[in-house]
Design a protein. Structure first.
Length: 283
């Protein structure tokens, strides 16, 4: 599932492509991705609206628009779910089989494609109101993290997936941050010392910033014939330092730890895979 870095890179990619474009037509092929917004309201609200900005909140894309006649400002909320993609492509190209929503922008169109339809493109933003602080912003501090962890007996890896704790961190970067912080994913969240919380806070910010930095080098072009031009974890295929190879523990079960050369282990926590080094992450 795309996490904060992937969504941030996509936001930066789409922002200049959509800015100033007017929605001339709205096609909804999969109404379930609009929920709880009704298809009729979705079309009426967005038809004729102009894109004025695009930002990110956690794993959500926030499209800012201005109404056609009233000039009323509105926000369209997008979430990629597990398999979603959003891209701008020439209008007369072939649509992907799983296109869920299409906006006619004139010579181009904006396409939201989702194979499993777990994502969202909706006018309802209630899900974003429950999100915790942005991990790369100033309001996310060690003291903030400590207060939130103090109330939880969950394993720290499981707690990091709680979007009310910190927005945008998912399974991959939780494993990576805990490895960098030298913390066992099984340790109780309320049992971390101030020093350990400080290490975890720094590791979360470092791993996310690094993923964004490497991911930002990827040329995103979904309008071509490639099955998937996505950029998860880094640079385009064939480029040096492909970020997938830079992941230190995630999906490396049985491979040697990059620090101690002992095998990386995989366990299941809250129905998700956790990858860690039992030797390096013994705190």
């Amino acid at each position: 599932m795309p996490e904060l870095p992937e969504v941030e890179v996509l936001t930066r990619h789409l922002r200049p492509l959509l800015h100033g474009k007017t929605i001339r037509g709205v096609i909804v092929k999969r109404a379930r991705v609009l929920r709880p917004t009704a298809p009729g309201k979705f079309r009426r609200t967005l038809l004729g609206a102009k894109f004025t900005g695009l930002s990110r909140r956690g794993k959500y894309l926030l499209f800012q628009l201005e109404g056609k006649t009233t000039g009323k400002r509105m926000t369209l909320f997008g979430h990629l779910g597990m398999t979603g993609r959003m891209f701008v492509a020439p209008k007369h190209g072939r649509l992907p089989v799983h296109a869920a929503v299409i906006f006619d922008l004139g010579a181009e169109r904006f396409v939201y494609e989702d194979t499993r339809y777990f994502g969202r493109l909706t006018l309802d933003g209630s899900a974003t109101e429950k999100l915790g602080p942005e991990p790369l912003n100033g309001d996310f501090q060690p003291a903030t993290l400590a207060r939130a962890l103090r109330r939880s007996q969950q394993a720290i890896k499981v707690k990091l997936l709680d979007q009310t704790l910190v927005a945008g961190v998912g399974n991959i970067y939780a494993s990576e941050a805990l490895f960098r912080a030298r913390l066992s994913p099984k340790r109780a969240a309320n049992n971390l010392t101030p020093g350990q919380i400080g290490r975890l806070w720094r590791a979360i910010r470092e791993v996310l910033a690094e993923a964004i930095r490497w991911g930002s080098t990827v040329p995103l072009n979904f309008g071509g014939t490639q099955a998937d031009g996505f950029f998860y974890f880094g640079r385009a295929p064939g480029a040096p330092d492909f970020y997938e190879e830079r992941l230190r523990v995630y999906d490396r079960e049985g491979k040697p730890c990059l620090n101690c050369r002992r095998p990386v282990r995989r366990i299941t926590q809250a129905a998700r895979s956790t990858f860690y080094c039992p030797h390096c992450q013994c705190d």
